[in-house]
Design a protein around this ligand. Structure first.
Ligand SMILES: Nc1ncnc2c1ncn2[C@@H]1O[C@H](COP(=O)(O)OP(=O)(O)OP(=O)(O)O)[C@@H](O)[C@H]1O
Ligand SMILES: [Mg+2]
Length: 467
């Protein structure tokens, strides 16, 4: 299974591609929308707004022309008692307004207005005023009737032709505004269609990238889980091997060397009895016997340290009662041991694991924390056994990059116990290892580590012991 891992491509190029496609789509679409909005604004400014302003001026011109028409009708009305020149002032007022309107109209005239149309309007207006000037000049003299004829024939016709031309321009403006509205509608339709396309494409890119990512994630997690399981299995095998090796060596030391030294001791004692009292040989034999006894004690305590037989014999509680003072003596730190709750039996492999965790934690206190004091708290809770090993030393922060196997083994053992281990920092600083083992795991006897040591061995005593 693990062999294939090395050949797996990294998902990064695929994800990168997805990201680039999505970003490119967003950038391209933003450019497209900007262009469309710009086009819309141009259309609005150049066509629609201009058209409306132009139409306003055209209406103003139309109005002026109507005023002129009405004035001419009054001038031709024979009932009127005034001379024709009486209208000169009104004509002048209209002329000023008309000139202003025409000037403004020229500025806002639609861009597509033909040169012919522009020139026609301007020259027609100029001709009209020429004719009007001539008519008023005529009217100033005695030729009132001739002037009236001029108005009837020439001026009115020119005014009407102008009015028609302006009306035509108004109609043209209306038409081009309608066209513009249609164009704007088309742009909106197009943009809307593109929005759907863009959304579909972008969502597809996002979806594909996400699916790819999810698939890879699942694969990575599966690989991680497999590797983690393998690592855990390996660690547990190492732990089991370590335990059985230690147990084997401990038993060999205790049984084999114990037996031999016991036998040597017994023989020495017997030999000593045969030597006469007071002889130097007897004193020497006694000395050798004492050395043998010391060696035996050392072998036994080494055997105990490697694997305390009393773990299987009397359980965890009494093993710790024996072990903690030993640590105080050997490591030179002060251990405050606190027990609370209603004790229950912890034995078998559970006791071995808990004992090893305490042992490793205290080793770490001695080796890394710099503290000279440590607290071991054992709490028998209704549902669990809780053990804390605390020091107020330097804590984990100051640890170097180098990592040992101790903490890993603590975690693995906690897992074997179906318990939980936490590494905390007490308020006073330092380190607190808190192990919590469910009561059923602590009490049952899972045969993870085979028990091989004969019970009788722990009781073994040298015959010379009581000497
Ligand atoms: N009580 C503690 N106080 C301060 N630092 C600690 C303590 N316990 C562990 N550490 C830090 O955590 C590191 C890892 O601990 P771990 O027990 O895993 O390895 P180790 O003790 O260095 O080696 P090993 O236990 O394998 O012999 C240590 O090197 C040390 O820096
Ligand atoms: Mg360690």
């Amino acid at each position: 299974m693990s062999g294939s891992y090395a050949h797996d491509r990294s998902p990064t190029p695929g994800l990168f591609l997805g990201l680039i496609i999505t970003l490119a789509a967003v950038v391209a679409y933003s450019g497209y929308i900007t262009r469309q909005v710009y086009g819309l604004r141009e259309l609005q400014n150049n066509l629609v707004d201009r058209n409306r302003k132009d139409s306003l001026q055209l209406l103003r011109i139309q109005n002026d022309l109507n005023l002129l028409g009405l004035a001419m009708r009054d001038m031709l009305d024979n009932e009127e008692p005034y001379p024709l020149t009486a209208w000169a002032a009104q004509f002048q007022r209209v002329r000023t307004d008309l000139d202003d309107a025409l000037r403004r109209e020229r500025q806002v005239a639609p861009v597509d207005r033909s040169l012919d149309q522009k020139q026609y309007l301007e020259s027609s207006v100029a001709q009209f005023w020429d004719a009007a000037d001539r008519t008023f000049a005529l009217a100033q003299g005695p030729k009132q009737e001739e002037a009236r004829t001029q108005i009837r024939i020439s001026l009115r016709a020119r005014q009407e032709a102008l009015s028609t031309a302006v009306s035509r321009l108004l109609v043209q403006n209306n038409e081009s505004e309608e066209q513009a509205t249609q164009q704007i509608g088309q742009i909106y339709d197009r943009v809307q269609r593109q929005v759907y396309w863009f959304l579909t494409a972008t969502l597809a890119a996002i979806l594909l990238t996400s699916l790819y990512l999810i698939r890879w994630n699942r694969r990575l997690f599966a690989q991680l889980a497999a590797l983690s399981a393998q690592r855990s299995e390996l660690a547990q095998k190492v732990i089991a091997t370590q335990e059985s090796t230690l147990r084997h060596i401990s038993r060999e030391l205790h049984d084999e060397f114990g037996q031999i030294l016991t036998a040597v001791g017994a023989m020495l004692t017997r030999a000593g009895k045969q030597v006469p009292e007071g002889s130097p040989l007897r004193a020497e034999l006694r000395e050798v016997c004492e050395i043998t006894q010391e060696t035996l004690d050392k072998v036994r305590s080494l055997s105990q340290a490697l694997h305390p037989v009393m773990l299987e014999e009397t359980g965890l509680e009494s093993t710790l009662d024996w072990y903690l003072p030993l640590v105080e003596r050997q490591a030179g730190i002060h251990v405050f041991y606190e027990k609370s709750g209603e004790p229950f039996a912890v034995s078998g492999s559970a006791a071995v694991h808990v004992y090893r965790i305490v042992q490793e934690s205290l080793n770490n206190v001695t080796r890394h924390s710099g503290a000279r004091e440590s607290w071991v708290r054992m709490r028998f809770l209704p549902q669990a056994l809780e053990i804390e090993i605390e020091d107020h030393g330097c804590g984990f922060e100051s640890r170097t990059a180098k990592q040992g196997i101790g903490l890993v083994a603590i975690r693995e053992r906690a897992e074997l116990l179906r318990g939980a281990v936490e590494f905390q920092r007490p308020a006073e600083g330092g380190t607190r290892v808190r192990l919590r083992v469910p009561r059923e795991s602590a009490s049952e006897e899972p045969a993870v580590i085979p028990s091989e040591i004969p019970a009788a061995m722990t009781q073994q005593k040298l015959e010379t012991h009581g000497r």
